[in-house]
Design a protein around this ligand. Structure first.
Ligand code: M6R
Length: 601
């Protein structure tokens, strides 16, 4: 949550900072600001405002200087206002902050600065604390201050009397650094600075980066030099624009055949799943008695599909846990538990903390992550990276389907290793999996039909989604997609459960979306559809081709084996949500109150 960018070098900083902030806006869009060292005034000048980066751009036309920091905010402490926007300046210290400082109120009292603060934020208190310790050694002041903080932080810091230098320090919240002949850059996210160098590193926790135009020096809190571990960017950042689509979400939906294919094909060798290139040892799949999936939101829904597959094909019990609840429920876990964390960003703090907890309790860990080098990836013993590429829209689409694709591979791998699949069955499973990109393309090519269905939902206030078995898991995700971007209240139900209470809410004003892709549940699902129709509901049916009866189908899904329908189904329902949102004239990519990366608990 919140985005940080920093630059010092030989070019004007303003353009670089604003460009970075525009890229980072998906991390929070309540307000934005920049602070740039002004060579004539010999101080760091702050410009910031509530609202989007575009507004800041207009307000900063005359900002000059070659070193600065910038921030785009998702409000936590203190409402959305100009004053609460970052950067914050206190005395000679100016900073931008990601994270939450839990003891900021105590520090505020201890410093006796309540009257001098301009904002209600925890971040301004950190600036005051550093300023309090600052005499003439910036690093010493930062170290002394940071030692007093409890909570999470990624900080970009400037001092009025240390021209053209930036400092960075972090705990949990990431800071990425890179350099080229034009200068040095920091950011909370590689997306913001990836275009400047394909080599970058993640600042180690509790170390300080001292950043000048020509160098980035890292030291630990005892002053010892640290050699950063460089990573290579393998995302095509240059193609990370909207490529002619009105919204990133549409572009990302359309990219799915390609990214699913990438995720699958690079991990199939001789007709069987193979994680050798991921350095994932087979033993993690054999030396476990149960699997615990931990994730949030969409990533957790991918875990539900994973549960269906692993339980069905591998006969191992799988629990799927909301990361935010996990460690508070005294989970049953031991060294024979395989924990699988799922996260697009690799930075979701609930998932990260749950992972650390599970590891402390002795579990083995594997994470399915999209962002290379992210914190969850580094905290896991094993990582399988999805090949989704950058996902910018807040609503997750291609990250989800590539996560599900990885679960298919994992299920096949475990079944093979445990001799539940012989060579032929494995090849058959993998063969069906390889057909998914074509099935997805088929759905995408008929997207106009889904667009027409969406038009009938624009004025709805509520909707229900019903399905059975695997379809119910897909609908939980479809329902989240619809509500987060269209603001239509939506609930997914296992069809058979509806009549145990919720059917009371069905009226002729309630559109119901019914998914039917599971052959053995067809007759039951048809009855459940009849039940809501007889209460007046208008039902939109998404039905697998071979299950369509008497032409009753609003959108025909391509035929695949039942267990492989999760991906084609969700693509159709992602499109439905997308068209409802865009036809309502909403900002599809930046839905209200949300941010792409959730780094607060
Ligand atoms: O980055 P993560 O996958 O860990 O994020 C988890 C959720 O915040 C995320 O999936 C969220 O539910 C989606 N943006 C919804 O579309």
């Amino acid at each position: 949550m919140c985005g940080i960018i920093g630059y010092t070098g030989y070019s004007e900083a303003r353009g670089i900072l604003l460009k970075g902030l525009k890229t980072l806006e998906y991390r929070g869009y309540d307000s934005a600001g920049v602070a740039v060292y002004h060579p004539d005034f010999k101080e760091v000048l702050v410009s910031k405002c509530e609202g989007r980066v575009e507004k800041l751009e207009m307000r900063t036309a005359d900002v000059r200087g070659t070193a600065g920091i910038g921030h785009t905010r998702w409000a936590t402490h203190g409402g959305v206002s100009d004053e609460n926007s970052h950067p914050h300046k206190f005395g000679s210290v100016t900073l931008v902050h990601n994270g939450i400082i839990e003891n900021y109120a105590a520090i505020k009292n201890q410093l006796g600065i309540a009257r001098r603060l301009k904002s209600q934020t925890d971040s301004e208190v950190v600036a005051a604390l550093i300023d309090n310790y600052y005499i003439d050694d910036p690093k010493e002041a930062i170290i002394n201050a940071v030692k007093e903080l409890s909570g999470t932080f990624g900080l970009g810091i400037m001092f009025d009397d240390v021209p053209n230098k930036l400092f960075a320090v972090r705990n949990v919240s990431p800071i990425i650094c890179c350099q080229n002949e034009d200068g040095a850059y920091i950011a909370s996210d590689i997306m913001a600075i990836g275009e400047y160098s394909e080599k970058y590193f993640v600042l180690p926790e509790f170390s300080i980066a001292e950043i000048s135009a020509d160098s980035i020096e890292i030291t630990d809190f005892n002053g010892n030099a640290i050699e950063p571990e460089y990573l290579t960017l393998d995302w095509d950042i240059k193609n990370s624009g909207k490529c002619g689509y009105p919204f990133y979400m549409e572009k990302e939906i359309m990219e799915q055949p390609e990214v699913i294919e990438k995720t699958i094909s690079s991990r199939i060798k001789n007709g069987a799943p193979d994680f050798t290139a991921d350095n994932v040892d087979d033993s993690i799949f054999t030396d476990c008695d149960n699997v615990t999936v931990i994730a949030c939101g969409t990533a957790m829904h991918a875990g539900l599909v994973g549960k269906h597959l692993i339980e069905k094909f591998c006969r191992i019990p799988v629990t799927v846990n909301m990361a935010s609840e996990y460690m508070y429920n005294d989970p049953i876990i031991n060294e024979r538990t395989l924990v699988i964390c799922v996260s697009q960003s690799g930075e979701t703090i609930d998932t990260l903390e749950a992972l650390k907890y599970a590891r402390r309790r002795g579990a083995k860990s594997l994470s399915i992550v999209n962002v290379k080098g992210s914190t969850i990836a580094r905290e896991s013993e094993n990582v399988i990276y999805t090949n989704a590429g950058p996902e910018i829209a807040v609503a997750s689409t291609k990250a989800y389907t590539t996560q599900v694709a990885v679960f298919y591979l994992i299920a096949a791998k475990i079944a093979q290793l445990r001799e539940l699949f012989d060579e032929e069955r494995t090849a058959e499973f993998v063969g069906e999996l390889s057909k998914i990109p074509a099935a997805v393309t088929d759905v995408l090519e008929r997207r106009n039909d889904i667009h027409l269905l969406a038009k009938g939902m624009l004025t709805s206030e509520h909707t229900f989604m019903i399905g059975r078995g695997l379809d119910y898991s897909s609908l939980l995700e479809a329902s989240l997609k619809l509500k987060e971007i269209s603001y239509i209240h939506s609930e997914a139900f296992a069809s058979g459960e509806l009549k145990h209470g919720t059917i009371a809410l069905i009226t002729d004003q309630t559109p119901v979306i019914a998914l039917m892709t599971q052959s053995d549940l067809q007759s039951k699902q048809v009855s459940n559809i009849r039940e809501v129709q007889s209460r007046g509901a208008v039902v939109l049916t998404f039905v697998k081709k071979s299950l369509v009866q008497h032409g009753e189908c609003s959108f025909e899904l391509p035929d695949m084996h039942d267990d492989f329908m999760a991906i084609p189904s969700i693509i159709a329902l992602q499109l439905l949500a997308y068209y409802v949102s865009s036809d309502k004239g909403l900002d599809v990519d930046k839905p209200r109150n949300l941010a792409k990366v959730v780094t607060v608990e």
